[in-house]
Ligand binder design. Sequence first.
Ligand code: ATP
Ligand code: MG
Length: 363
Amino acid sequence: MEKIILTGDRPTGRLHIGHYVGSLRRRVELQNSGEFDKTYIMIADAQALTDNIENPEKVRQNIIEVALDYMSCGLDPAKSTLFIQSQISELCELTFYYMDLVTVARLQRNPTVKSEIQMRNFEASIPVGFFTYPISQAADITAFKATTVPVGGDQLPMIEQTREIVHRFNSVYAPVLVEPKALLPENEACQRLPGIDGLAKMSKSLGNCIYLADSADDIQEKIMKKMYTDPQHLYVSDPGHLEGNVVFTYLDAFCKDEHFERYLPEYANLQELKDHYTRGGLGDVKVKKLLNNIMQETFEPIRQRRKELEKDIPYVYEVLRKGSDVARETAAQTLSEVKNAMRINYFDDKELIRMQSEKYIGE
Ligand code: ATP
Ligand code: MG
């Protein structure tokens, strides 16, 4: 069986460092690993509209931002198919058929849908499209017969829902669809990176982000002035706490031993730094400076590549147009297999036409 990747992001804002550690960094590694037959990366504009119906222009404007972020991080159109969800109408058709395979109660139990409904104050009036987006996500994944979906931890219930739909479709109709597996980031910090305020998941919709496109000064200001640490750590000599301390969570996500050689050679690794912090005698400013150095080193080359790409926006749209053409062909092939399996292929089914005519000729 072919090994195929599909994943994507909603164009509701520029991408942030939560996307980077949650999925983007891994995608680029997988793309370059040569282990996969195909990689599809989708800008999920139709899904973004499900909770941004008052603000379609936001979605429209952010498509190019997400594409620029993708390519500046190393997603390469020569190796990956980058495309826009709404341009593949086959995905809507698949969604419609999959709707018959899922109950309202099952959607209501989906923990991600539950928490996102709460976050958006949708309790009293949930748009149907939003409520059913796990089904459209199943269409996205299965249209490309994806085996591997690299995502952050919040997406696990979506992949589970997709697997159920695949299972049900294959047992009711015919084994056409492929069950995907989620690929989660290696450590907990990366699965659900908190916002700089430490309150919730870093999320475009919450404004608690460090963006990939932030300038060096923006990053420094967000880390040194805004980032939440340990409120009980008033004096350097006080013992500090790691739990809920965003600076350490970010270090967990970004720091490698080699960074200590470059920026803080008095420690061998992150564990030694953590031990000192919890013992007392290590100030927040020193830890924040280390994080700032690491983040600048990580994001400087990405920012530079973005600047280059920004000079030729028509080229980036062309990449998306070509990618969408390729994606449409693949999705159309799957849709045709799905319709055959569901036996809604009346005009191609010579046997059906013959039997129906015999019924009447026989009378
Ligand atoms: P929105 O607020 O519009 O939902 P978002 O910031 O949650 O935006 P999505 O486009 O929904 O971003 O998510 C895209 C991908 O990034 C998903 O795989 C998701 O799991 C991952 N992701 C998003 N936020 C984080 C985060 N804070 N930490 C780790 N992964 C994340
Ligand atoms: Mg989200």
